[in-house]
Design a protein around this ligand. Structure first.
Ligand SMILES: [Zn+2]
Length: 204
């Protein structure tokens, strides 16, 4: 799901040099926006370590949009740590999402399609395998283990169970929209202009 390109080591840039600072690698994460200033990914939220963000600035691959009030220094350089950067080159988001467990749970909002429970999620073949049901986007749904057990090898109709939503093949856009519903616990204030309207409205 993550579409963040790893930053390859560039000659002449030594992030270790900056690490002499007391900042841990998990401190001051940087929000990554695409060239259109949309987050590269909502879930997981596209964040880089400050070291990767600093490196990307050096490589001239990003524009710094906002920064922390913290400075990092090396022998001959000093900069404010970026808190939001935007890629200079647009990363296309129209790829087909991979059919993975994570993406399937994300499509279904991490809850059972039958009873909406978020607990003990499993995968249900809506049309059971014994009737030729495939393991595919259009036949697998997230189901809690209770509902899965109750349904057994039957169709929802046979089991008298209703699906809240029919399984479908999502677009990347639909998955991103789902991901917006799950903001991480920590959000730096400088990120809010680029994320989650609800959070921003609540805090203003
Ligand atoms: Zn259930």
């Amino acid at each position: 799901m993550s579409v963040i390109e790893p930053i390859i080591d560039a000659p002449g840039i030594d992030p270790q040099e900056f690490s002499k600072d007391t900042l841990g690698s998990g401190a001051c994460p940087c929000l990554i926006l695409n060239a259109d200033y949309q987050p590269l990914s909502y879930f997981p939220l596209s964040l880089w370590s400050w070291q990767d963000a600093v490196k990307a600035v050096f490589l001239d691959r990003v524009n710094v949009v906002d920064h922390y009030d913290r400075t990092v220094r090396s022998a001959n350089f000093e900069m404010l740590l970026p808190s939001v950067v935007a890629l200079k080159d647009y990363v296309a988001q129209n790829r087909t999402p991979a059919f993975t467990r994570f993406n399937l749970f994300l499509r279904d909002g991490f809850q059972c399609v039958y009873c909406s429970s978020p607990d003990e999620l499993t995968f249900d073949h809506v049309v059971p395998r014994r009737l030729g049901g495939k393991t595919s986007w259009t036949n697998i749904s997230a189901a809690c283990s209770k509902c899965n057990l109750k349904k057994g090898g039957r169709t929802p109709k046979e089991a008298g169970m209703n699906l809240n939503s029919k399984p479908y093949k999502p677009t990347m856009h639909q998955l991103q929209a789902q991901g917006r519903k799950f903001p991480p616990n920590h959000l730096h204030e400088s990120w809010l202009d680029y994320l989650y309207w609800d959070v921003e409205l609540k805090s203003s």
